[in-house]
Design a protein around this ligand. Structure first.
Ligand code: ZN
Length: 145
């Protein structure tokens, strides 16, 4: 089992971070925490936070930086919108080994680098009925928001 501790964030695929900013900042009232590029995934990522502390809700907006980006492929096929749900876990390599042993299909059998110095891994969407599922291990569990 993944023993999720929380929903870490929701990933949302967008064509343009700039075009979405007004909705997230002005309509939802979310705070833009930062924008960072993750070259391995060919995306530019904007993190927004709503609320405070343990109850904060984090949104990860993903803009493709190349036509070959997985996010570009997703938008082409399904349009902009909810892309994945990310759960906070501890000891990601152990979680992946357990899932693999249980026969769960994984995209990433080894953790890779995510935004915000996290280690992440994706389950195969067919393993979770079409909802792409990310496991996310923050660099500093205690300091995670
Ligand atoms: Zn994510």
């Amino acid at each position: 089992m993944i023993n999720a501790r929380a929903i870490n964030h929701l990933g949302i695929a967008v064509r343009s971070l700039a075009d979405q900013h007004a909705f997230y900042a002005d309509v939802l009232g979310a705070r833009l925490e930062g924008i960072e590029e993750v070259p391995e995934q060919q995306v530019k990522v904007a993190f927004y936070t709503l609320g405070e502390g343990d109850h904060a809700v984090r949104l990860e907006l993903l803009e493709p930086t190349a036509p070959t980006s997985p996010i570009a492929g997703f938008i082409e096929k399904r349009g902009e919108g909810l892309h994945h749900v990310a759960y906070t876990v501890a000891d990601l390599p152990a979680r992946l080994a357990e899932l693999k042993a249980a026969g769960v299909r994984l995209i990433d059998e080894q953790p890779r680098n995510g935004a915000h110095h996290t280690r992440i891994a994706f389950l195969h969407p067919k393993a979770s009925m079409g909802v792409l599922t990310e496991l996310c291990e923050p660099a500093h569990q205690a300091a995670s928001v």
